[in-house]
Write a protein that binds this ligand. Structure first.
Ligand code: TYD
Length: 133
């Protein structure tokens, strides 16, 4: 099941500091980020092994998630919001704005064999429709 969490944030007159610590089962092995996106949909896959944590450190995006039983759309519109995805969570990231930087933290090294690109059956007919802003 996907889990949206609020990251610990220390605020001061000099600015904010947000912490990602001890939140990803398996630890952190890889960090990548997605930016310069247009009106595109990214993702469209699930994984065999990887757990991911997604945060928009700048800008915003939406994430459609389907684990084969439930589907839900999450809005990542704050650097304090973090979406933890399990391997079985099919994800589609969309509705980026021009300043979005989507930080992705993984508990696995990159491995093309870790990707499952076959959607669940009910992905084909989504009950939730995308809304682009
Ligand atoms: P992909 O995971 O398909 O991106 P998204 O899900 O955001 O659409 O990766 C896009 C390309 O980048 C693909 O050719 C594989 C490559 N890539 C790496 O080389 N290393 C990585 O850690 C990741 C995530 C992708």
């Amino acid at each position: 099941m996907p889990k949206l969490i609020h990251l610990q944030t220390v605020q001061s007159p000099n600015g904010n500091l947000t912490v990602f610590e001890k939140l990803l089962q398996g630890g952190i092995k890889r960090v990548f980020y997605i930016y310069n996106t247009k009106k595109e949909v990214r993702g469209r896959h699930r994984h065999r092994y990887s757990r991911h944590a997604l945060t928009c450190v700048a800008g915003k995006c939406k994430v459609y998630v389907n684990n084969g039983k439930h589907e839900e759309i999450f809005e990542l519109d704050s650097p304090e919001k973090c979406l933890i995805l399990e391997p079985e969570d099919w994800r589609e990231m969309y509705d980026f704005d021009e300043k979005t930087i989507l930080l992705c933290i993984s508990n696995q090294y990159y491995d093309p064999d870790d990707y499952i690109k076959e959607p669940y059956q009910d992905n084909i007919e989504k009950s939730i429709n995308y809304t682009f802003t």
